[in-house]
Design a protein around this ligand. Sequence first.
Ligand SMILES: NC(=O)c1ccc[n+]([C@@H]2O[C@H](COP(=O)([O-])OP(=O)(O)OC[C@H]3O[C@@H](n4cnc5c(N)ncnc54)[C@H](OP(=O)(O)O)[C@@H]3O)[C@@H](O)[C@H]2O)c1
Length: 278
Amino acid sequence: MAARRPRIVVVGGGRLGGALALSLSAQRWPVSVLSRTQEGRGRVQALGLKPATPRELEQARVALLCVPEKAVPEVAREMARTLGRGAALVHCAGALSLQALGTPRGRPLGSFHPLCAVSDPRDSLAGHAVAISTRSRTLKAVLRQMAKGLELQVLEVSERHRAAYHAGAVLSAGGAVALMSAAVEALGQAGIPGDAALAALLPLMKSSVRGMEARGLARGLTGPVVRGDAGVVGAHLAALSPEVAEVYRLLSQRALRLIGSRLPPEALDDLTKLLFER
Ligand SMILES: NC(=O)c1ccc[n+]([C@@H]2O[C@H](COP(=O)([O-])OP(=O)(O)OC[C@H]3O[C@@H](n4cnc5c(N)ncnc54)[C@H](OP(=O)(O)O)[C@@H]3O)[C@@H](O)[C@H]2O)c1
C-alpha cells in the first residue's frame, strides 16, 4: 500500500479539500473529489479536479474528509456505507479525535491535519507541517507518503494530547491575529487609524517572524524585556487600556521566562517585581 500511490477520494471540495486535491493531483496521485451539490461539483470541475464517480468511491483506498467538524460523524457514517472494503477514513480536523469517525468495522481510521491557514483552494501547502494520527501501521505509511508528496513535515500527535496540540496551533494562527488586534488598539490610543496601524505593524510582525525563523525563540526576541528595561515596560503598562495592558503583561511574563537568565540580576529583579507582583 505504501509504495504505490493509493487512490484517494477527497470528501468536500472547499478550501482545504480543494487545496489537498490540487496538490495531490499535481504530484500525480489518483485523486477525485466528492461534493454534495451540483454547485460543489461545478466548483471542483472549475479547479480542473475530477469529481468522484461511484467506481472511484468503490476503488478508493483512503477517504479524506474535508468537511466542517460538525459534519464529520455523519459524513463518516455515510462513507463507511459507500466505500469499498478496507478503505480508510481520515478526517482533517485538528480539534477532533479519531472517535469522531465512529467505529466502522474493518476500516483503518486516521487524522491528517495540515498546519496551514488555507483561505483558497489554490493556496500552496508545501513547506508547512501536518499532524497525523492513526493506530494502523499501514495507514500511517500512506499518510506519511502523502505528506512527503505534499512537502509537509510530519508531526505525530497522540490522541491523548490532541487538545493541547490544537490549542498551540490556534495560538500561533488565530492567536497571532488576536494579538495584532491588541497592537492595533494600542496604536489607536496614539491617534493612528486602524488601517494605517495594521499596514505599519504587519511588516514589523513579519520581521519578528523572520527573526524566529533565523535564530529561534529566545534569540529572536526583541523589545524592552530583552534589554532589561523595567522603566519602559512600566510606562507601557500604564499607557494601555486595562484589557490590552493585561495582554501585554502576560506576553512580557513569557518573554522574561524565555530570556530572564541572560539579564543582569538587578534588571531581572526589577522586571519580575513589575510583571509578577501586584
Ligand atoms: N481551511 C483551513 O485552513 C484548514 C486547515 C486545516 C484543517 N482544516 C479542516 O478541514 C475541514 C474543512 O475546512 P475548510 O476550511 O476546507 O471548510 P470549507 O471551505 O467550508 O469547506 C468545507 C466543504 O465541506 C462540504 N460541506 C459543507 N457542509 C457539509 C455538510 N454538512 N456535510 C457534508 N459536507 C459538507 C462542502 O463541500 P462540497 O460543497 O464540495 O460538498 C464545503 O465546501 C475542517 O475540519 C477544518 O478544521 C481546515
